[in-house]
Write a protein that binds this ligand. Sequence first.
Ligand SMILES: Cc1cc2nc3c(=O)[nH]c(=O)nc-3n(C[C@H](O)[C@H](O)[C@H](O)COP(=O)(O)OP(=O)(O)OC[C@H]3O[C@@H](n4cnc5c(N)ncnc54)[C@H](O)[C@@H]3O)c2cc1C
Length: 377
Amino acid sequence: MPDKVAVIGAGLAGLSAAITLQDAGVDVEVYESSDRVGGRVSTDVIDGFRLDRGFQLINAKYPEIRRLAIMSELDFITATPTVDIAVGDKRYALGDPRSHPFSALNSATGKLSEKVSFLAYLTHKSKVGLSVEDEMCSLGQLYTRVLKPFLTGVFLTSPANVDAISGKEIVRSFITGKPGLPSQGAGTLATVLAKRVHNINLNSRIDSMSQLKEAQIIVATDLTTAAQLLDIPSVPKLASSTTWYHEVPSDMTQSSRLLIDGQARGPVINSIAISKMVKSYAPQGKTLLSSTTIDVASESEVRRHLALMWGRSTTQWSLIAKYEIPKSLPIFGVGSAGAQSARISERVFIAGDYRTAPSQNGALLSGRLAAQELLRN
Ligand SMILES: Cc1cc2nc3c(=O)[nH]c(=O)nc-3n(C[C@H](O)[C@H](O)[C@H](O)COP(=O)(O)OP(=O)(O)OC[C@H]3O[C@@H](n4cnc5c(N)ncnc54)[C@H](O)[C@@H]3O)c2cc1C
């Protein structure tokens, strides 16, 4: 059993590693460069609006979330399993066929045969060397109007850039999952986990391993910092994104569903009146709209596109904040291998979503695996 372990980074990977080590009786010291825990999963409150650092949903059925048994502490609000697709000046709902069987029959969101083929796609094993798009492009309009824009919002890059095998795991987790948000924001996931960790040092940036006295170290920073600290030779590409938060008139929509554009008429990949889904995201009587882009875009381009998607004028909207996240997600390109050993040397192990999957589950899993490997060594 190691005397003491340092964990660098208090994102989901670092917190999961620290909890695993502590549970095994190890003394852990976490060092976090920023003034709060959570990394990419955190929430600001500005003028009574709750703003997540980039639009994201938490899947209550993620295996690592279940394993940590934290759902009862999140005051979790489940999202509706239906998305709206804007086509022309209309919006069509497409839902989980188990709860919304008739929405699957609407031909504006793809032929019924394409929807049946999609179910077959989910059960088949994916082939090596293909992208998610390679496997889905035969799905016709279901792919171009629904799946492509929806999945671009999930991967924060085109499905053409994502490996078919690892991509399918993520697609499946969305279809069978239970997405939603804590009433106080996505960041609650991290703050609840952090309460379980005894020693977290905030505002403690580590620039070199020589700063640390601990016998062993888990580096659970973002990929770029880990590559600098450890001289990692090859790293996956990173997707960037920007989430725009507007206050909009409360009567603009009563829908709490995610809206995507079936015709790719602009830079917005998805938009949601997030305070219609989780009331506490806006002060009473106000409505918060969260919209995400992945390409460089001006606010006027974003507004022009949102006006088309929502079928509403944006003149009364006001921009509350804009979150530019240059290192949003690692891109698991075609042929990218799954996680190898987390051990870099006798003393150092690594964790982070870039090791496993570009998701909260991937980050939590990578932290646990690194800690378990350290314990075994
Ligand atoms: C816009 C967006 C949308 C997303 N949507 C979803 C979604 O819907 N569903 C989903 O499952 N996942 C989603 N994700 C992915 C998920 O948020 C991430 O995969 C996960 O949070 C990554 O956690 P991590 O611990 O690996 O890294 P990070 O969160 O990046 O944590 C790294 C931590 O290390 C700290 N650090 C960095 N350098 C140092 C240093 N030198 N010294 C000390 N500390 C340091 C950082 O401050 C940070 O706290 C989304 C991500 C983004 C950005």
